[in-house]
Design a protein around this ligand. Structure first.
Ligand code: SF4
Length: 696
């Protein structure tokens, strides 16, 4: 009842890319209850994380004062107890901490500006992401700035920009209402995008044909017309075989291909070699099923393709996405109701942070740093000189450069590379070598264990600004409560630091940042701060009254001649094959209750109570063969390291696979993962490592 609360504030859920709108009920200065609001993506629905995962913002571990590493502190990287950090750090005033940070950054800049790099965050607002990339580009003259998109959909974005000219989705997930077939591949929306999954289930219950493709028998299989549980890493062989059938049976849409695409003949010829009979032993799917699926998709009036990290986190992640794009193009499934390409975004603002230019090769709106006219425009808007035309270093490259001693200083805002990077022991060694590390966060994360200066920041429910969800919907977030103690909003901290390193920044309100973004981002045309007060707007919005376009590219693509491109993909095996020493395959991912590196959800009472212990899953037959009972501890070892973890039985896991969630610091999955990267999207191969399992 509203009288039970002191205030109610509308904002957006801080977790996944669905972007559910929420109402936050506050009593006595604390958020007590969260309710779904009728937003465009959720229509009042929430999952367990959105509904119960909010109280981390009031956790006693919240950082409330700036901290500076003590001169007599133990070596960097030792686990710091978040409740007892005083042997490692001392409290400081904001002035002291910011002055020290600025002096350190300027010293490094004087010696070599390229010795400084920045990791921003998809947990921040669009305005904060914009300011962060500007801080590095304007402040240091180069593009060594990236964020966690590099670890999730960088390969999807690379393929989308290459072939359809834009990195965002071509259709909202709600367009499934107008589809008669949908493919969900390499994604587990019931756990990772639960509210989107409710729309997918409704679609299947209405009689829509749902085709689920995944090496794990993910929950959505219960609603599937066809379930293809293919061999891990065999995406290209399976997708090319499906497209081979479409070519051989001439099921493609010649009119669409002729009008809107290029390079079809090369694609068609390339696909002829990938017959279902030849591909079946590689991908593990019978030729009959490959043919059935090809016919279902090609004969549909409108088909959507959704994909997740199972597609993107491979050394051939870009090729996987190229195949999906080709499949949509050859069947004319882009640019009309119920059809399109939709990489399901992980974090609540990974779309917006990428749009805002928090990536080393692109300025805001994916404008290339190599384009002189683009850089000149930004320099004019920023009232400053030119900056480098060289693409900057990506997340894993920055870590490698830190390890090699070439990067000496980092400003890390809201990211946790000491948990999230592949081969995380290597990443931790690299962080320990830095001369200057500034961490801006809400908790003393594993990464903060390596910090010299820690700046206490805000949770999303304490912020003002905008975020953009997986559907391209721009929505306002608003503070329901103030940040605790002396913690501050991230944008304001970055502004103070920028002024101290000599930048001409005079923002006093976050809406001024949004106004500046609009000067260089055509995607925000017709989207105003005033409109966002009362509505969520999907970009592109064609007029001041247009709520935005849920489908794009019906009238051509943002590429030469308005044509999309087919890029043929060949089979590239995973980077490391299982062998006698490491005979099984490890894959990592999220669980319903826990979010990424666990820093938030493991401090949310309900979620932590449901899923308190580090766990992995294996097929019950494999466990039986190995003499392991569910609930026992096992040792998992790869070429990078070992962890000890409790194992569960799960029939959905293939018999030679282990699934490991990456939220648990006490058994960090990324100690095991392979840092080999996709050459285009530069995304690591989190989804395939050769592994050994031993009973302890
Ligand atoms: Fe939050 Fe995603 Fe759940 Fe919606 S589906 S409540 S955005 S975690």
């Amino acid at each position: 009842d509203s009288k039970d609360y002191d205030s109610e504030t509308e904002s957006v859920c801080p977790f996944c890319g669905v972007g559910c709108k929420v109402s936050l009920k506050v009593k006595d200065g604390k958020v007590k209850y969260v309710e779904g609001v009728n937003g465009p993506a959720n229509e009042g629905r929430l999952c367990v994380k959105g509904r119960f995962g909010f109280d981390y913002i009031h956790h006693p571990h919240r950082l409330t004062k700036p901290l500076i590493r003590r001169e007599d502190a133990p070596p960097k990287g030792l686990n710091v107890d978040p409740a007892d950090w005083s042997t490692h750090f001392r409290e400081a005033t904001w002035d002291e901490a910011l002055d020290l940070a600025a002096r350190g950054l300027m010293k490094l800049r004087d010696e070599d500006p390229r010795s400084v790099a920045g990791f921003g965050s998809a947990k921040c607002t669009n305005e904060e992401a914009y300011l962060f990339q500007k801080f590095i580009r304007q402040g240091f003259g180069h593009n060594n700035v990236d964020h966690c998109t590099r670890l999730c959909h960088a390969s999807s974005v690379a393929a989308l920009i290459e072939n359809v000219g834009s990195g965002a989705v071509t259709a909202t997930f709600n367009e499934i209402e107008n589809a008669d077939v949908a493919i969900i591949i390499g994604a587990n929306p019931i756990e990772n995008h639960p509210v989107a999954a409710t729309y997918f289930k409704q679609f299947a219950k209405r009689g829509g044909k749902l085709i689920v493709m995944d090496p794990r028998g993910v929950g959505m299989r219960k609603f599937a017309t066809e379930m293809l549980q293919f061999r891990p890493g065999a995406d290209v062989s399976m997708l090319n075989a499906i497209m081979n059938v479409i070519v051989e049976e001439e099921l493609y849409d010649s009119q669409y291909i002729h009008r809107w695409t290029e390079n079809w003949e090369a694609e068609k010829e390339h696909l002829r070699q990938f017959t279902p009979e030849k591909m079946a032993p590689i991908c593990g799917i019978e030729p009959d099923q490959l043919r059935r699926v090809a016919r279902i998709f090609a004969n549909a009036n409108a088909g959507l393709i959704f994909w997740g990290m199972g597609v993107s986190q491979h050394i051939h992640g870009t090729d996987n996405s190229r195949c999906l794009i080709s499949l949509a193009l050859m069947t004319g499934n882009v640019g009309k109701p119920g059809a399109g390409l939709h990489p399901l975004r992980g974090q609540n603002n990974v779309q917006g942070a990428s749009d805002a230019g928090l990536i080393p090769m692109f300025l805001p709106d994916y404008q290339s740093v190599t384009d002189d006219a683009v850089r000149a425009r930004f320099s004019r808007v920023w009232n400053s000189g030119d900056f480098s035309n060289e693409k900057g270093l990506t997340v894993t490259e920055i870590i490698d450069h830190a390890y090699a001693g070439k990067i000496k200083g980092m400003y890390i805002l809201g990211e946790n590379p000491a948990m999230s990077d592949p081969d995380v022991n290597h990443a931790r060694e690299a962080l320990a070598k830095l001369d200057l590390m500034i961490v801006q966060d809400i908790f003393l994360t594993e990464t903060a264990n390596y910090a010299d200066i820690i700046l206490p920041a805000s949770a999303l429910y304490e912020k003002n600004g905008t975020v953009s969800n997986t559907n391209r919907q721009v929505q306002r977030v608003r503070p329901a409560v103030p940040p605790p103690g002396e913690a501050r909003e991230d944008w304001a901290i970055t502004v103070d630091l920028a002024q101290r390193i000599g930048l001409n920044w005079d923002y006093t309100d976050v809406s001024q940042v949004f106004a500046e973004m609009k000067l260089t981002m055509a995607s925000l045309d017709n989207i105003t701060w005033e409109r966002l007060e009362t509505e969520s707007i999907t970009y592109p919005s064609l007029s001041e009254t247009d709520p935005g376009q849920s489908i794009v590219f019906g009238d051509g693509f943002p590429r030469p001649d308005g044509r999309a491109k087919f890029t043929p993909a060949s089979i590239i095996p995973p980077d490391e094959a299982p062998d006698e020493e490491f005979p099984m395959i490890a894959t990592t991912g999220r669980q319903l209750e826990h979010w990424h590196t666990g820093s938030m959800t493991r401090r949310a009472k309900v979620l932590d109570a449901v899923e308190p212990e580090a766990n992995c899953s294996m097929n019950p037959r494999t466990l039986k063969l190995m003499g392991i009972e569910p609930g026992e501890m096992v040792r998992l070892t790869t070429r990078r390291g070992s962890i000890e973890i409790m194992v569960r039985a799960d029939r959905a896991i293939a018999e030679d696979m282990v699934f490991i969630p990456f939220a648990y610091v006490e058994a960090a999955a990324n100690i095991l993962t392979n840092p080999a990267i996709d050459p285009y999207g530069k995304i690591p191969e989190f989804k395939f490592s050769a592994i050994r399992v031993e009973k302890i």
